[in-house]
Design a protein around this ligand. Structure first.
Ligand code: FMN
Length: 205
């Protein structure tokens, strides 16, 4: 469990938010950071639909999160039908859970999509050269073109994937933050209001 010394002195919402920002920043940079692969939730036919994604960007000012996806993946049509989305993060060493709610936008052929495409390695671009996820197949399939199964595409080959590449970005509307500790858990709620003020509350864990 978490070191108890931090529980012995009073803490402000501001300090908790600073720690959240620190870990979201690190998560975009460090492949092994537990926040690097959050669970991302959409609504599909009135039911929650969850899957793991890779966190690629985090912006603090007007807080926003983003990941990459294939434009043909079902989550795209789910977001178009209902842009209310959520992310769940858990850091086992920090004993820190974040439940983030937001509204998603889909980016293709714009500055953000271009910036992220340029930052995407050839090996990762291979996914976008292949077929969209969640298509039925009569046999086990990687969805990749046969000639790319065991190698990285060339830069030129990778460019054919650009038409399938999308960035999903979500404006953060609230963060429910749970910190576990032997001396009692602590839970705080941050809500971004329309006037850009942050409402901050304590909740029972
Ligand atoms: C560790 C891990 C990372 C993943 N990262 C992504 C990602 O960044 N974007 C993505 O679209 N799918 C990613 N996936 C695959 C999704 O979890 C999911 O299987 C796929 O996108 C199809 O989802 P959908 O049918 O809900 O659109 C990842 C899966 C795992 C296990």
């Amino acid at each position: 469990m978490k070191s108890e010394s931090i529980w012995e002195k009073p803490i402000s919402h501001g300090e908790i938010l600073k720690n959240i920002w620190k870990h979201l920043d690190l998560a975009t940079l460090e492949r092994h950071h537990p926040f690097h692969t959050p669970v991302f939730g959409t609504v599909c036919d009135n039911a929650p639909n969850l899957r793991v994604v890779v966190l690629r960007r985090f912006w603090r000012k007007t807080p926003r999160l983003a990941f990459h996806t294939h434009l043909g993946s079902p989550k795209i049509s789910e977001i178009r039908a209902n842009p209310n989305v959520s992310f769940a993060f858990y850091h086992p060493k920090e004993k820190l859970q974040l439940r983030v709610k937001g509204r998603a936008t889909i980016h293709t052929n714009d500055d953000l999509a271009e910036e992220q495409w340029q930052a995407t390695e050839l090996f990762s671009r291979r996914c976008y050269v292949g077929e969209a996820p969640t298509q039925e197949s009569r046999k086990p399939t990687s969805g990749l073109p046969g000639n790319l199964i065991d190698r990285e595409p060339t830069r030129e080959e990778s460019e054919t994937g650009k038409a399938n590449f999308a960035v999903v970005a979500a404006n953060i509307e609230s963060i429910d933050c749970l910190e576990l500790a032997v001396k009692g858990h602590r839970r705080s709620l941050f809500i971004w209001r329309e006037d850009n003020q942050i409402e901050m509350k304590w909740l029972t864990p």
